[in-house]
Each structure stands twice: as structure tokens, then as C-alpha cells.
Design a protein around this ligand. Sequence first.
Ligand SMILES: [Zn+2]
Length: 234
Amino acid sequence: MALPILESNRYFCDLPVSKEKVEYRPFLVKEQKILLTALESEDMNEVNHSILDLLRNCVLNEVDFDKLPISDIEYLFIQLRIKSVGETSDIKLACQNCEEFNDIVVNLEDINIDGEIKDGVINLTDNVSIKFRAPNFKDLPTDVGVDNADIESIFQIMRNCVECITQGDEVFTHDDFDQNELQEFFDNLNTDQFTEIQEFFVNIPRVKSVVNFECSKCGHHNERELAGLQDFFG
Ligand SMILES: [Zn+2]
């Protein structure tokens, strides 16, 4: 006799950065196992792959995940986690005063996308501008996460996210230059120009939440900002 097949609920979510609408089902126990194994490995590449695999399985409409900004992926993952497992996550945070680790319960429903969504255009001179888009998982070098990139990785992310460079009426896209030419272009920026570009990347909307807690050892009042998936499930 065939056992019954369990139907799962369906939910909708509006992605805050790309504005795409997705329909999804909660993840199953077998899918959660894969994710937990990946999280334990602490290999960012593996974690990112598992998250994308999980989203591909659970999202029911057509979505190009390779093109979705990381913020949208993170936001969608949190919604999926809420519907699949529950709206809280248990993490440990070190006290800022005595460094004692405290057990914290994060309410995932308090997490929001924080930050202004900009058009990514940076005017470098009177007639030269550069346009960036928000990074997706594919833009990340294979061995780093969003939050622990070194300078070479940061350049790589920036190069990948260039949409175009404009001089007067002329528009240069990735078909017009190679990676070396682009790096040379970056190398010739002055510090102010480079700082402005960095600010675009630093200010890209992320999933964020603020948690407050009294340290169980010294009583110090801690206020910590959590940003990105590792902070919420680390
Ligand atoms: Zn303390």
C-alpha cells in the first residue's frame, strides 16, 4: 500500500531589492539536513551553495537565482526558515565588556532589509561615471563570504559588479573591456573616487536586526547589530 504524499503549504514573498514576487513551500526535513551539514562545515562556499540549492527546491515559480542580489537571497532564506522551522533562532553572542558568551534568542520576524536602494551610478569626473549593481552570490570569489573579503576579493567583487562605464555619450560594458583593463581603471582612481565606490558596496541593503541583552556574568547592557545570515544562524 502506498503511503500518503504530504502536501505542503504555499507562501508568497516580495523580495525587497529586486521587487520580484516568489511563491515557495517550506523546506523538508531531508533538505534541512543538507543545510545543517553545510553550516557545520563553516565553508562559506558550501553554505552559499546549500542555501541556493534549498531555495531552488522550495521556490515554485521561475526565478533566476544567479541574478538575485545577495540581500534578496538572504531575506528569502529567512522567510523560508521562519515558515519551515520557526520564527526564532538560538545563537551565542560575546559580551562586549567581559567576553562571556550569552545565549540569545533572535526573533527572525524582526529582521529587515536595512539601507537605501541606490541606482549605483558614481560620477568619477565631470564626464566619466561608473554604474554598479548589487552583488549576487556568483560575484563572490569562491572562497570568501560577504563579510570577510580581503582587498583582492573586494576588487574582484567590484569588477564583477560593474554594469558600465560612461564617458560623455560613450558607454562601455563588459563586452568592451577585459578584467585586466578594468583593474587598471580601478588602480588609476584617486582615493576620493575609490572611497565613494566602497561606500556604495558598504551601504548595500543587508538583512539586519539589533539585539539587546544583559550579560549573564557581569550584567553589562549589550546592544549588537546583526547583519547577514551567519550572524543570525552562527
Ligand atoms: Zn559581561
